[in-house]
Write a protein that binds this ligand. Structure first.
Ligand code: ATP
Length: 326
């Protein structure tokens, strides 16, 4: 097995809290194994522009608790093209890099998969995305922090909703996956949760709100994922206002606060374990895989299969939400 001596790490796609903890783990584990470790700035764009910097142990000091990513992140159109990837490869070769760790979402893994097939640099993917929408892992770096941020905000909204007997429709992130809505909705006792994975009939929700109105349950929270088929919170509010003119309805879109902030302990631990496992995978010749966590154990999935999870949500979730909110 060819020994890996010089590795690079980058963060790509949307940022997620905990990416810094993952970078730190990769750098320090690599250095422990006498590797030279490089940080690539701005994801694949930095590979193309040769923004590749040597990292030392102290380069990653005091970052485990910081949101965002010290390596910055970007989207890079040129990397979709073979010529762009060739340029990126040539730049990595200037530094003799023979292993690459990519922290990002499924788009970043598609890029890594193509790159690893075209060139002799093995790639390891770490799932860094707040949406928890990647197959081959139970959790992704950033999800827990995003959910906790959403919960903190929704708890505050419930206080003011309670004071005024208001109906609040709260939009959380999740274009294709509703896990932030599901977890934050359950965690805050929301009356309704609307997710892309579950066809929620707005008429049923309205009937339910009317029944609540009759029994003077006037505080209602609806958590909706931005990718729900009816649209976001504004669209849902329009439909409801039309049919429930007496309800004092308000909308709150949580937006980008869900991406920022200090990572939770769970995200720091997850990112640390994954970063450590990524370097071990390179050393052991377990190449072109994504590091995941399944049943609290490190699990490797070939990059070819590490794509957006399209699996159905367990219907037991929906049943439970209905019972607990009644
Ligand atoms: P997020 O889930 O936060 O959106 P992501 O990694 O899925 O993160 P993308 O914008 O889809 O984000 O991908 C990040 C970068 O990966 C792209 O800008 C591009 O450089 C590269 N990339 C994505 N898909 C491909 C592909 N099919 N082929 C080559 N490169 C790709």
């Amino acid at each position: 097995m060819k020994k890996v001596n010089n590795i690079a790490v980058l963060t790509s796609g949307g940022d997620a809290p905990g990416m810094n903890a993952a970078v730190r783990a990769v750098v320090r584990t690599g250095i422990y194994h006498q590797m030279n470790v490089y940080g690539v700035m701005y994801g694949y764009r930095g590979m193309l522009k040769n923004e590749i910097l040597p990292m030392e142990s102290k380069s990653v000091a005091n970052i485990i608790q910081r949101g965002g990513t010290i390596l910055k992140t970007a989207r890079c159109m040129e990397f979709y093209e073979p010529e762009g990837r060739k340029k990126a490869y040539e730049n990595l070769k200037k530094h003799n890099i023979d292993g690459l760790v990519v922290i990002g979402g499924d788009g970043s893994f598609k890029g890594a998969q193509k790159f690893s097939k075209e060139f002799d640099i093995p790639c390891i993917g770490l799932p860094g995305t707040i949406d928890k929408d990647i197959a081959g892992t139970d959790f992704t770096i950033g999800f827990d922090t995003a959910v906790n941020t959403a919960i903190e905000a929704i708890d505050k909204i419930r206080d003011t909703a309670d004071a005024h007997d208001r109906l609040f429709i709260i939009e959380v992130m999740g274009r294709d996956a509703g896990y932030i809505a599901l977890y934050s909705g359950i965690g805050t006792g929301a009356e309704h949760i609307m997710m892309p994975e579950h066809k929620a009939d707005v008429q049923d929700i309205i009937a339910d709100l009317q029944a609540n109105e009759r029994r003077r349950k006037l505080v209602n929270l609806i958590v909706v994922a931005e990718g729900h088929e009816t649209g976001g919170a504004n669209e849902v509010a329009e439909m409801i206002k039309h049919q429930l003119p007496n309800a004092d309805t308000r909308v709150c879109i949580l937006g980008h606060i869900q991406r920022g902030g200090t990572p939770t302990c769970q995200d720091r631990i997850l990112a640390s374990r994954m970063g450590y496992a990524a370097v071990n995978a390179l050393i052991e010749g377990n190449h072109n895989v994504m590091v995941g966590i399944v049943n609290n154990k490190i699990h490797y999935t070939p990059l070819d299969h590490a794509v957006k999870a399209k699996e159905e949500m367990d219907p037991e979730w929906f049943k439970m939400c209905k019972i607990l909110a009644s």
